[in-house]
Design a protein around this ligand. Structure first.
Ligand SMILES: Cc1cc2nc3c(=O)[nH]c(=O)nc-3n(C[C@H](O)[C@H](O)[C@H](O)COP(=O)(O)O)c2cc1C
Length: 192
């Protein structure tokens, strides 16, 4: 999680990940924790707190392995391509993290792991949120697209009449899972 608005997208994606067999390495930037605090009007202080918040709020049926890694720990396992993971998602993704990944200036574990994901030709899915975009944002995202990343903006559809923030989060989570190669319908498919 990077520090863009849209904590609900991360929260609902995390909730679904908890129920799906597999392992997740979870990193949250200090800015993302702050935004989460504001957007859920809660007092989370860390990645651990965010996972606890999600579990308590939505009570996933089962909780699969979540490995929490520290944002500052550029020596963590996921800082090296010698460890294997299927893909990486930055949700939500700030323009600052977009810029860092684009330039390869990787000063924290999110940026480093994204850099590794790209160099190892694994799936990197970025869910940016900003409006409007300036030329720098657009150029950075285009360069990342050309380098193999998938830019999946946080822009849920409204044609299925979402009733809640959870619905909007689940729309995005479903799309992210599909990009990762997993067909998980958290939200109904469109039927004309
Ligand atoms: C309440 C709040 C909302 C923010 N929303 C956005 C946003 O939607 N998009 C964005 O690019 N940055 C946003 N920011 C700014 C980022 O948090 C800031 O650039 C930060 O340095 C990003 O660091 P990180 O990418 O390492 O998390 C927001 C900051 C705050 C406090």
């Amino acid at each position: 999680m990077a520090g863009a608005s849209g904590s609900i997208y991360a929260a609902r994606f995390i909730r679904a990940l908890m129920e799906i067999p597999g392992e997740t390495w979870f990193v949250s930037s200090p800015a993302s924790v702050r935004v989460f605090r504001e957007e859920f009007e809660t007092d989370v202080q860390s990645g651990e707190d965010i996972l606890k918040f999600v579990t308590e709020k939505w009570g996933p049926k089962q909780v699969h392995k979540f490995h929490i890694r520290k944002f500052e720990d550029i020596g963590a396992d996921i800082a090296s391509g010698s460890n294997i993971w299927d893909g990486m998602v930055v949700v939500p993704c700030s323009m600052k993290t977009v810029a860092a990944i684009r330039t390869g200036i990787t000063e924290n574990l999110i940026e480093r792991a994204a850099d590794v994901t790209l160099k190892e030709r694994r799936k990197l899915i970025l869910v940016p949120r900003e409006t409007p975009y300036n030329r720098i944002h657009l150029e950075n995202m285009l360069a990342l697209h050309d380098a193999g990343a998938i830019i999946a903006p946080a822009s849920p559809g409204f044609y299925q009449m979402p009733k809640s923030l959870e619905d909007l989060g689940d729309f995005m989570a479903t799309r992210i899972f599909r990009l990762l190669g997993r067909e998980i319908d958290l939200y109904p498919r469109w039927t004309p």
